[in-house]
Design a protein around this ligand. Structure first.
Ligand SMILES: C[S@@+](CC[C@H](N)C(=O)[O-])C[C@H]1O[C@@H](n2cnc3c(N)ncnc32)[C@H](O)[C@@H]1O
Length: 312
């Protein structure tokens, strides 16, 4: 059965039971939800923890933190507007040096995706914004109107794995010579011009994903956020990460692998090249949702959960 979360609003939290059971190692510990969203995972953690535990919810989208109803949380809960790439600073500002568990549930929540004004959805016409954090200056419109053809091609290819990346970058630059990009419909029209109809939805997903990753420098933030999370865990503390596409998952998997082994000291080198590093990988294979969860929440379809534990 999938645990219910009353605080989740119109976003259904993914892999709730697996997250809570793998993350909670001390019922009175300090837990960080680094991607608070609608608070669904935080609420489920609160339900599993003793009243003496501490919860910290971080999100780079301030509007989500303002609307959360805290009445169902018995523990002390701190909500912080920050990017998890600055997790260390955010926690130190609260006097917290180490924590027992950290969750990153990557990407964006359903409410944000469905809000046309945020510009994330190719199905809804709205301004080309795509910022998670509305206080940041870079928008999707600026990327499309200001970046060079070469830079656009690289983004579409590397962050969207779009085969027609160079052709699309050329078309974007040609179009903006006469009319600048303002709305999601403008971007959709360019992709539609270059893509056979039966492949259109997949191409739109790739292109919108690529621009969103650039606007929010998502991969740099993820790499830094992973390093900082491992640094901040107590021995025996755990980090759980849910990713939703292969590029994100690869970053998580590679970082965990790199930290689970380290080069052996010279005296051991003749016998083995590596020794255990600072983390143990708890999920050899990523945990994925079962059929029941996918049927109830199609967005969970592509989710992959990886968990590690700090050794020392
Ligand atoms: C999939 S949603 C999380 C949903 C949440 N677990 C829930 O149950 O409601 C991802 C959230 O992470 C936030 N986010 C994405 N990248 C972030 C980052 N680098 N730092 C902080 N928040 C981030 C987004 O604004 C979004 O609200």
């Amino acid at each position: 059965m999938i645990a219910q979360s009353p605080a989740s609003g119109n976003h259904t939290p993914v892999l709730l039971n697996a997250v809570v059971s793998s993350l909670v190692t001390s019922k009175t510990g300090i837990y960080v939800d680094g991607t608070f969203g609608k608070g669904g995972h935080t609420q489920a953690l609160a339900n599993a923890l003793d009243e003496g535990a501490t919860l910290v919810g971080i999100d780079q989208d301030a509007s989500l933190l303002e609307t959360f109803d805290q009445s169902g949380i018995a523990q002390s809960l701190h909500l912080v507007h920050a990017n998890f790439e600055n997790l260390d600073q955010a926690l130190r500002a609260m006097g917290i040096q180490q924590v027992n568990g950290i969750l990153y549930d990557l990407g964006l929540n359903s409410a944000t995706l469905e809000d046309a004004e945020r510009g994330f959805s190719f199905d809804r016409n709205g301004p080309l914004d795509m910022r998670f954090d509305q206080s940041q200056p870079l928008t999707a419109a600026r990327v499309l109107n200001d970046y060079s053809e070469k830079a656009l091609g690289k983004i579409l290819f590397e962050y969207g794995e779009e085969k027609a990346a160079r052709k699309m970058a050329r078309a974007i630059v040609l179009r903006r010579e006469s009319t600048s990009f303002k709305t999601t419909a403008d971007l959709r029209a360019i992709v539609a011009e270059l893509t056979p109809y039966k492949y259109l939805v997949k191409a739109l997903s790739r292109v919108f994903q690529a621009i969103r990753i650039e606007v929010n420098h998502e991969f740099e933030a993820l790499k830094t956020g992973l390093e900082k999370a491992v640094d901040l865990l107590v021995p025996g503390g755990r980090l759980a990460v849910i990713s939703y596409h292969s590029l994100e998952d690869r970053i998580v998997k590679r970082y965990f692998q790199s930290q689970s082994l380290q080069p052996a000291p010279p005296e051991i080198q003749p016998y083995q090249n590596t020794v255990p590093g600072r983390i143990d990988i708890i999920t050899r294979k990523p945990v994925v949702p079962d059929e029941e969860e996918v049927a109830q929440n199609p967005r969970a379809r592509s989710a992959k959960l990886r968990v590690v534990e700090r050794r020392s």
